[in-house]
Design a binder for this molecule. Structure first.
Ligand code: NAP
Length: 244
């Protein structure tokens, strides 16, 4: 794999994946939406590892911006070999009856419409190329439901599960593999952004392995799915949850 675009590649799991991809000599498109400093820092860390890349500022919920981003990436890199469709948010921690509808809409815009926009534009390019590899980002929340805190988020990731199963069947016939990763509790800033900085500590007792996961542990699985080591894996959602 030569050219990989990572949405939400500037922080957390996306950043850890960019750093692993840099070690493998890939050219990396680092997409983000708002935090310019984090994106610049990630690109400079990629370069310190002798990697190459470009930062791509674009809100994944904006379809025409996503289309332009993919076209620009292919113009620069020459091809689109892999996509990690990772950008996402939890929205605020809230019970269903207390959630502000504006927060719900914003969450669906990013996690569902954004994931679909990225899936659609990368599919167009990969179908023409007759090759490619897509890894979607879901969550074990889609299975366990997120009751009491993040049902809205769990629901949005349920849509990504369906997207993954459908895409794998539609694109497999062109030689394009589509899979997803479903992490559990991973140490990134996403929990603080949800307004619950102690979320990891609070939920730790529910993890059979007894610890929080690292972004790098998710990145390792993504790199495996993007590699030929997983050449017959297609339409699979890999749980990375410490048994939770
Ligand atoms: P994070 O550290 O908060 O990073 C989120 C990344 O997504 C940032 O690069 C952010 O960039 C970008 N982003 C957010 N909204 C965007 C938008 N509208 N357009 C483009 N980029 C956008 O979060 P993370 O924990 O790494 O999460 C990454 C993915 O893993 C998410 O889909 C999340 O749901 C999923 N996940 C995380 C966990 C966990 O425990 N951490 C567990 C399961 C699944 P800007 O800040 O610049 O917008």
């Amino acid at each position: 794999m030569k050219n990989l675009l990572i949405t939400g590649g500037s922080q957390g799991i996306g950043k850890a994946t960019a750093l692993e991809a840099a070690k493998k000599g890939m050219f990396i498109g680092i997409n983000y939406n708002s935090n310019d400093k984090a994106a610049e820092e990630t690109l400079s860390e990629v370069k310190e590892l002798d990697g190459e890349g470009v930062i791509l500022k674009c809100d994944v919920s904006n379809h025409s911006a996503v289309k332009d981003m993919f076209e620009n990436f292919v113009d620069t890199a020459g091809s689109l070999d892999g996509v990690f469709n990772n950008a996402g948010t939890t929205g605020p921690v809230s019970r269903i009856h207390e959630l502000d509808p504006k927060d719900f809409k914003s969450l669906i815009d990013t996690n569902v419409i954004g994931a679909f926009n990225v899936a659609q534009e990368s599919s167009k390019i990969m179908i023409k190329q007759k090759k490619g590899n897509i890894v979607n980002m879901t969550s074990i929340a889609a299975d366990i439901g997120g009751a009491g805190e993040l049902v809205h988020y769990a629901m949005s990731k349920g849509a990504v599960d369906s997207l993954t199963y459908g895409m794998a069947k539609e694109l497999g016939v062109y030689g394009i593999r589509v899979n997803a990763v479903a992490p559990g509790l991973i140490a990134t800033d996403i929990h603080a952004k949800a307004g619950d900085a102690l979320r990891v500590e609070r939920l730790m007792p529910s993890v059979p392995l007894g610890r929080v996961g690292l972004a790098r542990e998710v990145a390792d699985t993504v790199m495996w799915l993007l590699s030929e080591k997983s050449s017959y894996v297609c339409g699979t959602i890999v749980r990375i949850s410490g048994g939770r």
